[in-house]
Design a protein around this ligand. Structure first.
Ligand code: ZN
Ligand code: ZN
Length: 292
């Protein structure tokens, strides 16, 4: 099978967050307050992912300084007893908490939502849990879980999902609550490359994986010439190509020297290959699987 390079970074970068709670569920801020706050930090779009709320941003006539998109967070146990939180991106109707987790997940899939396994470390998910349901993505970083008990990192769970399906996408997200006891925001986000910041363009770019996840560093451009990947970033200490198991390659040093332009050969025989960069403060960013 011929694999093609996933990314086209020739359009605009748009900053967004795929996991946000408002006063519609257990968050402390209104959509207006959230939009103003996030807009001030350079965000272009946000997803409404209140717990079990069928959001309807399209019918919201309020004016906001950024684009609101629809979603929902489900939670509960599946038939094996495993506990899940799942973020669904897309306009959903008729999903009810009372019907239970599996019914909600099934309905979201039927309605064409993008299904993301949220904060698997915090939920206590096993690696088998990551492949029991056909997740489109896994949260590799969740900012509120970092604050709550440090269980923010979903890289091992994403790795398990990629070994099963190399198209599973990585998401870094805030899981914003902004109420007493949950103060964090702007700690994890995605950068989408799209022609315009509209619902169809952003959703299509996310579905295609034409975005990266970050807790700090920026990827400015990526180009694949058939053998090598050429990357331009904000100043970073390390850059790593990551494949299954121990496979990988790296650039950078511990001597304080920072890099912004580098290249890697990309091995098409690996089940998956992604790029990870790390800045001086240890904050990381991740691409999706580079090939598809
Ligand atoms: Zn959650
Ligand atoms: Zn949440």
């Amino acid at each position: 099978m011929v694999k093609t390079f996933r990314y086209d970074t020739s359009k605009q970068w748009y900053k967004g967050n795929t996991h946000i709670h408002s006063i519609a569920s257990d968050g402390g801020k209104s959509f207006k307050e959230l939009a103003e706050l996030y807009s001030s930090a350079g965000y272009n779009f946000l997803f409404r992912t209140d717990h079990w709320i069928n959001s309807n941003a399209e019918n919201d006539m309020e004016q906001y300084p950024l684009l609101w998109l629809d979603g929902m967070e489900l939670d509960g146990q599946d038939h094996t007893g495993a506990y899940f939180h799942v973020v669904c991106l897309g306009r959903l109707t008729g999903i009810r908490n009372e019907a239970g987790f599996e019914a909600g997940l099934h309905s979201a899939q039927q309605q064409g939502a993008l299904i993301i396994l949220a904060h698997p470390h915090w939920s206590g998910n096993s690696l088998e849990d990551c492949v029991r349901w056909p997740f489109n993505g896994v949260e590799v970083y969740n900012h509120v879980c970092h604050w709550l008990n440090g269980k923010s990192n979903g890289l091992v769970h994403w790795d398990a999902a990629l070994n099963h399906n190399p198209d599973v996408l990585a998401f870094s997200a805030d899981d914003t609550h902004l109420r007493p006891g949950h103060p964090g925001w702007n700690g994890g986000w995605i950068m989408v490359n799209a022609g315009e910041c509209t619902m169809p363009a952003i959703i299509a770019a996310i579905r295609g994986g034409n975005f990266y996840s970050s807790c700090g560093p920026e990827i400015q451009s990526m180009r694949f010439d058939g053998d090598e990947l050429h990357i331009t970033t904000s100043p970073v200490r390390f850059a790593r190509i990551v494949g299954p198991g121990f496979r990988g390659d790296r650039k950078g040093s511990f001597d304080g020297h920072l890099i912004t332009n580098f290249s890697f050969p990309v091995l098409t025989e690996w089940q998956y290959t992604y790029l990870e960069i790390e800045d001086e403060q240890g904050r990381r960013a991740w691409t999706n699987n580079l090939l598809k």
